[in-house]
Design a protein around this ligand. Structure first.
Ligand code: 3VV
Length: 157
């Protein structure tokens, strides 16, 4: 199935978390499953916090890009638009909050499941569960904001 991130233009597909053109990045892929958005990612042994457990910064990074991608997809869906349609709507992180509920075992794939909590103007609030070995080990809340056309001097292509 095509992922949200497959629709980012080449020129802006370098994000460390979700850009398919960043060979050093996570290159996450996110899709709809009904009303939820889902990303699966398998941490490597070097993503260790303490032996056997996933580094919290990686978890935050996955929540971040899962949620900004979800925000974009939610806005397209709300406006009844195809994901690749023009003009593009891209989202950046306004705020990123993560509650680490339990240690996250470094043991196979993590599943991130996002819910759209609110869409208001250019803002989308996304809540994301991080699931490891069938248990929710972290929960994130992201305020994603539709990128202004002049963001950091970059073009919102
Ligand atoms: C990453 C570079 C990309 C460059 C090229 C872009 C191409 C993109 C293409 C494809 C995307 C792929 C990339 C995904 C990115 C992955 C995630 C990241 O790492 S993003 C990087 C980290 N984030 C930033 O660097 C944002 C820096 N901040 C800003 O630029 C501004 O502060 C911004 C855009 C977030 C908001 O500024 P305003 O002036 O446009 O909008 P206002 O009016 O302040 O806020 C709109 C609504 O959002 C809420 N809001 C804004 N910031 C908030 C915050 N910190 N906490 C809570 N709410 C916040 C406000 O309260 C308001 O909501 P109410 O209408 O009042 O309900």
């Amino acid at each position: 199935m095509e992922a949200f991130q497959d629709h980012y233009d080449d020129a802006v597909a370098h994000c460390y978390g979700c850009g398919r053109n960043n060979e050093h990045g996570h290159q996450i892929k996110t899709c709809w499953e009904g009303e939820e958005t889902v990303t699966r990612f398998t941490p490597e042994p070097y993503h260790t916090a303490i032996p056997g457990f996933v580094y919290g910064g990686l978890i935050a990074s996955l929540v971040d890009c899962h949620s900004t991608g979800s925000a974009a997809a939610a806005m397209y869906r709300q406006q009844n638009r195809e994901l690749g349609s023009q003009p593009p709507m891209r989202f950046v992180t306004g705020s990123l909050h993560v509650d680490y509920l339990k240690p996250t075992p470094l043991d196979g794939a993590l599943e991130l499941r996002g819910r759209i909590v609110e869409i208001k103007g250019r803002k989308v609030v996304v809540e994301t569960d991080v699931i490891a070995c069938g248990e929710v080990t972290a929960r994130g809340r992201v305020v994603a904001v539709q990128m202004p056309a002049d963001f950091g001097g970059a073009k919102a292509a």
